[in-house]
Write a protein that binds this ligand. Structure first.
Ligand code: SF4
Ligand code: SF4
Length: 367
């Protein structure tokens, strides 16, 4: 590979890192592996070496650059304001442009050229509902809820019906924002398909189940036509905050802040307000809100380093066990999926999305 010309665009950010090591304690990858090269400080040092021309930016750096969930726990607590996930994503992009993208994500990119979802599935679950109807709201499920974790999705749809919300599903395709995290680019044709189908419903609100889909719809320029058409984009946790459910429980409930909803969007209190309506005795995990530990699924880590991803989830579940909660709630299907896969038989608490939990209470399936 030819010598890498380090981009000026994040040079200043990178050089801001003083190697203070303040970020070590908050990095889920470092806490798991205990490898200094894999925490934010180590990654910044490696990239500084690349910047100085002492290291090539090539496949040898895959492990350093892709063992990051982009959880932003480091940057949230960095005294020098180093935007670590942004730098990591930029370095991944330069790696891809130099022809050295991680093979897992080359595969994902190819799948999204051919299929409408990251799993390469032909047929989505239909959830026994009409799609593409005129309605006030579109509910956008996302790939995980559509193709892998259907139970929370079914329960959320039933809850919206119970609340008499005027909504429709669409023949949705992957928002493809995840490609931006791994050094590749969102697929414009997929974005155009979603935009056309959302606008055709006449809806003025787009409710997403997935925090990452919400971030993509709100922030990526390809989705600007939604904003221009006056479509408000909200996460289901924000929408449910203003609803009345008519049920409460004494069960001990705790809450895992998804990184994409919490640190990346600043949404901490709305999910808690919703939960407290039905479970007033909400317990907090030892690390919560800005300090919440990542479930290990983000930033492509689940795809490229599955064993470490599960091991990070196990560490988060140890906090749940220590809290004494009966129920763990979260607001992201990816978190539910990863935490659910990591849960040990000996761990007796149950894991739900918040809408799934509320629906179970409404149905009398929990006491
Ligand atoms: S990223 Fe921030 S907290 Fe971590 S070593 Fe660099 S300056 Fe310190
Ligand atoms: S974004 Fe998260 S996983 Fe990546 S270096 Fe920072 S703390 Fe570690």
């Amino acid at each position: 590979m030819s010598e890498y010309q380090f981009s000026e665009k994040y040079r200043d950010q990178l050089l801001r890192c003083s190697s203070c090591g303040f970020c070590r304690a908050s990095c889920p990858v470092f806490n798991l592996t205990q490898r200094p090269a894999l925490n934010a400080r180590g990654k910044m040092l490696v990239l500084q070496e690349v910047f100085e021309g002492n290291l090539p930016l090539d496949e040898e750096l895959h492990e350093t650059l892709f063992q990051c969930t982009t959880c932003a726990n480091c940057s949230t607590h960095c005294p020098s304001g180093v935007e670590v996930p942004t730098i990591i994503k930029e370095a991944r992009r330069d790696l891809a442009q130099a022809g050295a993208c991680h093979p897992t994500f080359i595969g994902m990119d190819q799948v999204l050229d051919k299929y409408s979802n990251i799993y390469g599935e032909d047929e989505p679950e239909d959830f026994e509902r009409e799609r593409n109807q005129e309605a006030e709201n579109v509910f956008f499920i996302g790939c995980v809820g559509q193709y892998r974790d259907e139970e929370p999705t079914e329960a959320t749809l039933d809850l919206l019906d119970h609340l008499e919300v005027d909504f429709t599903l669409i023949d949705e395709v992957c928002c493809s924002g995840v490609l931006e995290d791994v050094g590749l680019s969102l697929k414009e044709p997929l974005a155009q398909t979603n935009i056309e189908r959302i606008l055709a419903t006449g809806a003025k609100r787009l409710i997403t189940a997935c925090p990452y889909c919400m971030r993509t719809f709100q922030n990526h320029p390809a989705y600007a036509p939604l904003k221009e058409a006056g479509v408000e984009v909200v996460h289901i946790s924000q929408f449910l905050k203003d609803q009345d459910f008519g049920v409460t429980t004494d069960l001990k409930v705790t809450y895992h802040d998804p990184c994409d909803l919490g640190r990346h969007c600043g949404i901490y209190e709305e999910p808690r307000e919703t939960i407290k309506k039905v479970a007033p005795n909400l317990l907090e995990l030892a690390a919560n809100r800005e300090a919440a530990n990542c479930c290990g699924a983000g930033g492509g880590v689940r795809g490229a380093f599955a064993a470490n991803s599960i091991a990070m989830a196990r560490r988060r579940l140890e906090e749940v066990e220590a809290s004494g909660a009966d129920i763990l709630l979260t607001e992201c299907n990816s978190c539910v999926h990863n935490l659910g896969n990591a849960k040990l038989r000996s761990q007796k608490f149950q894991i739900f999305t918040t809408p799934q939990f509320i629906h179970a209470l409404v149905e009398g399936d929990l006491d």
